[in-house]
Design a protein around this ligand. Structure first.
Ligand SMILES: [Zn+2]
Ligand SMILES: [Zn+2]
Length: 419
């Protein structure tokens, strides 16, 4: 699949690689981007045929899934973004450097504090929040730049708090699949979050990762589906409980932390505020993903969101994996007296986080040496050990440093036509 832009850089429907090759050969188009492969037409098109496309986004505090589908369930784009989680550490490090510098160089200067406009501003978001929010918005903008998106759906939370109190709100909203108990799925998602995704019997000691939701008063004797009658148990404890080997400790209302939910909440509110996106919830996605028999992957969650659970036909098998990195380098010097300047510009024509080709594979630059060598890493940031150490002269620069590193992988064609 090749993404197509018109002469004014407006996105059109994607085309097959055969057509793209023909257009490039006839010099009717030029290459605009390599990952994902995007071409731009060099002639004016009279009729621009587009279809309604839905962008589904599975928001998250560390991994975001993203996918695009048309109204027939044809999947045209998939990606997974790892967003930055190093902001707090970086800020702490910077403040440490500054404190140190003030002690060394400006000791006699009068103390000033609470003088930062930003930190006393109302509705201020912390740098971590801002970074996470921007990562979501950036992906939405990116998708809009390569495909003519008409609708956006964002999964904002795992459960719908309104539906918990009033199940009637679920009635008209998501009738994608008939005969499903969305209300119970929502309560289950809530109970898991309330219990902090931890077995409430062994508190995680059994190491069984599989969590189930148990009815304290069994359903067979009239126990309700309300959250007060539900509790999170791991499979080991759950089975033992039903065999009568263990007993639940009574009393003490299980009040778990909803910290994660509240922390993500402001990101979600902002996403809905700043875009025209519609909202969906994790429990709906989960039910639909299981119906579609797709494995638990963030990009498959996004596919489920974009196709609204109606079934997916994978027109593309490419998944873009993106890792967000910093825009620039803060540290400029090293050495006890900052006597050694660290080159932040190009070195032998290469910058940190540049994508390079070396021995037939693609890597990213992790570190550079002025002696002409580089340390390479994969998309996860793991150093790749080469012997001998790679030389700059032996590698080609594929693309310049961006605020995310991107690689493209192919999912097995098992998922070519899941309906
Ligand atoms: Zn347990
Ligand atoms: Zn049970």
């Amino acid at each position: 699949m090749v993404y197509v832009l018109n002469i004014d850089e407006k996105p059109l429907m994607p085309c097959s690689s055969v057509i793209a090759r023909l257009l490039l050969k006839q010099e009717k188009a030029k290459v605009k981007r390599r990952t994902p492969f995007t071409i731009q037409l060099l002639y004016k098109t009279e009729t621009e045929y587009t279809q309604p496309l839905v962008h589904g986004l599975d928001s998250g505090s560390s991994i975001v899934g993203s996918a695009v589908s048309d109204d027939k369930g044809n999947v045209l784009y998939m990606s997974q973004i790892e967003i930055r989680n190093d902001i707090t550490d970086k800020m702490k490090q910077r403040s440490k450097y500054r404190r140190n510098r003030r002690n060394r160089k400006t000791r006699y200067r009068k103390a000033r504090w609470l003088n930062r406009k930003n930190s006393i501003k109302k509705d201020r978001f912390s740098p971590t929040m801002t970074s996470k929010m921007n990562a979501h918005l950036k992906e939405m903008k990116f998708v809009q730049s390569i495909l003519p998106i008409t609708r956006q759906i964002v999964e904002t939370a795992t459960f719908d708090p309104h539906a918990l109190r009033n199940p009637a709100v679920l009635k008209n909203k998501w009738l994608y699949q008939k005969g499903m108990n969305y209300g119970y799925a929502n309560t289950k998602a809530y109970v898991l979050t309330r219990d902090g995704y931890r077995c409430q019997s062994c508190k995680g000691k059994s190491k069984n990762k599989r969590l189930e939701v148990h009815h304290i008063i069994f359903r067979s004797v009239g126990g309700s589906d309300e959250e007060s009658n539900l509790i999170t148990l791991c499979k080991t404890c759950h089975d033992a409980l039903h065999r009568g080997e263990i007993e639940l400790k009574k009393g003490g209302k299980k009040k778990g932390q909803l910290n994660h939910a509240t922390q993500m909440n402001s990101i979600r509110m902002q996403l809905l505020k700043r875009t025209n996106a519609e909202e969906t919830f994790g429990f709906v996605t989960k039910e639909h993903r299981q119906l579609m028999k797709l494995p638990k992957e963030h990009y498959f969650d996004a596919v489920t969101i974009a196709t609204e659970g109606k079934g997916a036909r994978f027109q593309t098998h490419q998944v873009l994996f993106k890792t967000c990195v910093s825009d620039g380098d803060y540290q400029q010097t090293k050495g006890v007296r900052s006597e050694q300047v660290i080159p932040t510009g190009k070195l032998f024509g290469f910058r940190k986080f540049d994508k390079v080709q070396y021995k037939g594979n693609e890597y990213f630059i992790k570190g550079r040496m002025s002696s002409g060598y580089a340390i390479l890493m994969d998309i996860e940031g793991n150093q790749v050990d080469f012997k001998p150490i790679p030389k700059f002269s032996k590698m080609q620069r594929v693309s310049a440093r961006k605020s995310w590193m991107t690689i493209q992988t192919i999912i097995p064609s098992v998922y070519s036509c899941v309906t």
